[in-house]
Design a protein around this ligand. Structure first.
Ligand SMILES: Cc1cc2nc3c(=O)[nH]c(=O)nc-3n(C[C@H](O)[C@H](O)[C@H](O)COP(=O)(O)OP(=O)(O)OC[C@H]3O[C@@H](n4cnc5c(N)ncnc54)[C@H](O)[C@@H]3O)c2cc1C
Length: 431
């Protein structure tokens, strides 16, 4: 029997590494090419949604073990165990109720789970053998032919791959090569918001906002802006973000632009005592553009597929981007390791089924994440700053995202794949 095709992954972020680990543990040949020389410590936090949390052990139990070993939860702060299932407490940063709690928004059963992205990446890379991870390899072009896919890297190396999964983030080169005409129309777009980001020591944070607001993940609701904070590193540090709506174009080449303390003070001038206290301690007023990915018509074309932010980068207002990459990796690892998938044509069928099942959900995340910012900025049509409607909307709107039956998603994809295996999908059909 001929060996299964090798899956070549471009990009070693959370999506690429989760897929690589899932395939490696399922004994599927895999190679991974990452542009960076190593994972830089950028110190910023991410939090994963309950559905992604449930998908992790299904990719491999070690992934969830790693996550559990790194993750910070409310119970890491003694005395705050009762917030175990809290995602965020929502606090008014404006109006007569400034400083009051609107609601305790729960994410069942895991609550807020947050970690530093670089710690997670460094641990994930340990799951795959060193020999299959190639650092310092930035893809410059990808061309498919009847023998496979020819990959050219910026350092001049050319690699022939059987099939390719692009996990190379929001500015995906794989996507641009896979659907060049559509990519011209669907470049990442500025979402109309920028952010300020920082990580503060817990001690500083307590001085700024008091013990409870420092230890319980909090979203501060303002008009046209919102702020959030949540503990990371076993509650020794706190991740801070302040997001501001703007009706001007980004107008800057880089996604980070220099700014002054006066800019952040102006952007938060109506935001009450807690946010002001955070602003006083923000070490760097640089502004980070928030981009998102317009919906594209497919996540696959013949022997190439895309996953994670390469396919569906969303704004961060729902804390769901990395979780979507993990859900993608779970579905794809299960399909590619199915005993019926043994040839390149079978992989093409698996890619097609993955696209059918994952695209609607992950694109819905892009749309609803942006709406979440409208809610937190008190601009959501029909809700605005009405506390009753805010509570009702927030309690309801995330259940489709969090309560997913992750295994059912795989089984639906598998059924699709079996249909495509019976009526083979050719590269030509897809182009
Ligand atoms: C401010 C902010 C806060 C966020 N908070 C959260 C959160 O709380 N929860 C959450 O779930 N998500 C969050 N996200 C989103 C989350 O970070 C992303 O969705 C997630 O990192 C996507 O993972 P990925 O592996 O698809 O892509 P990436 O993490 O972007 O990884 C892509 C990898 O590909 C490599 N690469 C790029 N180009 C090439 C190339 N040409 N050749 C080879 N390699 C290449 C890159 O070096 C990188 O390692 C946040 C995002 C932002 C901006």
């Amino acid at each position: 029997m001929s060996p299964k095709p090798t899956i070549t992954i471009i990009g070693g972020g959370i999506g690429g590494l989760a897929l690589a680990a899932g395939l490696h543990f399922r004994k599927i040949p895999v190679q991974i090419y990452e542009a960076a020389q190593t994972f830089k410590e950028i110190g910023l936090g991410i939090s994963l949604s309950p559905a992604a949390y449930r998908a992790m052990p299904l990719i491999h139990p070690l992934i969830q073990q790693i996550y559990n070993s790194l993750v910070t939860i409310h119970a890491d702060s003694p005395g705050y165990e009762e917030y175990h299932q809290t995602w965020f407490e929502l606090v008014w940063a404006t109006g007569t109720q400034e400083g009051d709690i609107l609601m305790n928004l729960k994410a069942l059963p895991s609550g807020q789970t947050a970690l530093r992205r670089a710690d997670f990446l460094n641990a994930l890379v340990e799951l795959v053998p060193a020999g299959i991870v190639h650092f310092g390899k930035r893809l410059s072009s990808l061309v498919e032919n009847e023998n496979g896919v020819v990959l050219a890297f910026e350092d001049g190396e050319v690699v022939n791959a059987d099939v390719v999964v692009g996990c190379d983030g929001i500015r995906s080169r794989v996507k641009e090569c896979m659907i060049p005409v559509e990519s011209l129309r669907t470049k990442p777009v500025y979402s109309g918001m920028y952010g300020y980001r920082a990580v503060l020591e817990m001690g500083d944070m307590i001085q700024a906002v008091g013990e409870k607001r420092a230890r319980v993940a909090t979203i501060y609701l303002g008009h046209g802006a919102y702020a959030l904070s949540y503990p990371i590193m076993r509650a020794r540090l706190v991740n801070i973000g302040i997001y501001v709506m703007s009706d001007q174009d980004w107008g800057y080449d880089s996604w980070v632009r220099p700014a002054k303390k006066e800019d952040i003070e102006r952007d938060t001038r109506d935001m009450g005592r807690y946010v002001k206290a955070l602003v006083e301690r923000m070490p760097d007023p640089s502004q980070w553009a928030i981009f998102e990915h317009p919906h594209i018509s497919t996540y696959t074309c013949s022997k190439v597929a895309i996953l994670g932010d390469a396919a569906h980068a969303s704004t961060p207002h729902q804390g769901a981007g990395a979780g979507q990459a993990i859900e993608d990796a779970h579905v794809l690892a299960e399909l590619l390791s199915d005993s019926r998938v043994s040839s390149v044509d079978d992989v093409v069928a698996a890619f097609k089924a993955y696209d059918d099942i994952r695209r609607p959900r992950s694109q819905r995340v892009v749309t609803s994440s942006k709406e979440n910012a409208d809610i937190f900025c008190l601009r959501f049509d029909g809700v605005r700053d009405d506390p009753v409607k805010l509570r009702e909307t927030l309690n309801r709107r995330l259940s489709w995202l969090w309560d997913l039956d992750v295994q059912d998603q795989v089984e639906r994809a598998r059924e699709k794949m079996v249909e495509y295996l019976e009526v083979p999908v050719t590269g030509k059909d897809l182009l």
